[in-house]
Design a protein around this ligand. Structure first.
Ligand SMILES: Cc1ncc(COP(=O)(O)O)c(C=O)c1O
Length: 375
């Protein structure tokens, strides 16, 4: 790991610095305590292990897909034909997607801002990135000249860090435009679970459009499972990318134990756990917003966000200055400049706070933030 003491090079390097702190509100992974019914799933891992040893992997995998996709309203996901590839994480799915895409095009349109490991992975395979502003995606039609200049359009929805969700109507229109231009439409839906506005059936819309599409789903942001997670790489039958070949270059498959655990978490979520999680995140968001109310020059630019992260504009201070001052209180957040991968200066005055943390951590961090921002 490179030395990140002085100047972290990317967001994940900022996140490394926070990993050992009890007040790590930096990365977007889920780190709150398990609920009692989630704890009972973990207590039953030996039984899940015994079951996973006995059953064919394909069956375990299909059960896991069904539980997860159905939980989040994705009823038209392609259950057959090996079109859901299970990866260790969404970044691994992303790498497989990027390597596959690079065999067919040299340019991609990418939402701006978004989490910087997405542009980093895409650049890593030699793609030229064309920024597509969130406003453009959510506004009217995209410029045909843009669509002629790229082989793929990549959208994170809900977006990280803004929480912005692509509506069903906008997805339908983007998919139609991509179909017209022969452009692959790729979605990263890692934060889908937090926002019911992202639970309409995306696969029905994508399939109906006839466009070539890819979706990266992620269980890792939703449940505090100590990095035991799955990234699913899902694609259209006509995608025309060597996804299965590149997948086979990298992995044979994921752990049936992790697949079984994900199935159980999805079943628990469907039985009330997801609504409980939504209430928990909303509670932490309220703690943060209310705790900073009235602080001069501080505002929350994403009032509608339901994602497990919250942006904070810190006025004339830079996000980096506030990040440094918070470290003196052992509190770790994330300065936002690198989410703005094309123009970092646009994120220079904001900070991202992770909300998938215990209520007590969010309250303590909020108090530290108030101290730092009012001194
Ligand atoms: C939108 C998005 N996609 C993918 C990832 C990568 O997730 P992982 O580190 O679990 O591979 C992140 C990480 O925060 C993310 O925010």
């Amino acid at each position: 790991m490179q030395d990140t003491q002085t100047s972290p090079g990317n967001l994940t390097q900022f996140e490394y610095l926070a990993l050992n702190s009890p007040l790590n509100l930096s990365d977007g992974h889920a780190r709150q305590a398990l609920t009692p019914s989630q704890t009972s799933i973990i207590d039953a891992l030996p039984d899940l292990w015994a079951d996973a040893v006995k059953r064919p992997v394909e069956e375990i995998e299909h059960d896991s897909h069904r539980a997860y996709f159905e939980l989040l309203g994705q009823h038209s996901y392609p259950a057959a034909d090996g079109r859901v590839l299970s990866c260790y994480s969404s970044s691994v799915a992303m790498e497989i997607f990027a390597r596959s895409l690079a065999t067919t095009t040299d340019a991609i349109g990418l939402v701006h801002p978004t989490f910087d490991n997405i542009p980093d992975i895409l650049r890593g395979v030699g793609l030229r990135l064309v920024p597509v502003e969130e406003e453009q995606l959510h506004g009217g039609d995209l410029d045909p000249a843009l669509l002629r200049s790229v082989g793929c359009l990549f959208v994170t929805t809900p977006n990280n860090p803004t929480g912005r969700v692509l509506s069903e109507e906008r997805l339908r229109r983007l998919a139609a435009q991509c179909a017209d231009h022969g452009v692959v439409l790729t979605l990263d839906t890692s934060f889908r679970g937090f926002d019911t506005r992202a639970h309409y059936d995306h696969y029905a819309v994508l399939e109906a459009s006839g466009c070539r599409w890819v979706v990266i789903e992620d269980t890792g942001k939703l449940w505090p499972t100590l990095e035991l997670k799955i990234g699913w790489l899902v694609s259209a039958a006509n995608v025309g990318l060597p996804l299965a070949k590149v997948y086979s270059d990298i992995l044979l498959g994921v752990s049936p134990l992790v697949l079984s655990m994900v199935r159980r978490f999805a079943e628990e979520a469907a039985g009330g756990g997801l609504a409980e999680l939504h209430r928990f995140i909303a509670g932490n968001r309220a703690t943060l917003r209310e705790g900073l109310a009235g602080v001069p020059d501080v505002r929350f630019p994403d009032p509608d966000s339901r994602a497990s992260v919250e942006r904070l504009d810190v006025g004339p201070r830079t996000g980096l200055e506030v990040w440094s001052a918070l470290r003196e209180h052992n509190v770790f957040a994330l300065p936002c400049h690198q989410f703005h991968w094309a123009r970092p200066e646009e994120g220079a005055h904001s900070l991202r706070i992770a909300l998938s943390r215990s209520a007590a951590s969010v309250a303590t961090a909020t108090a530290a933030l108030r101290t730092v921002l009012t001194r």
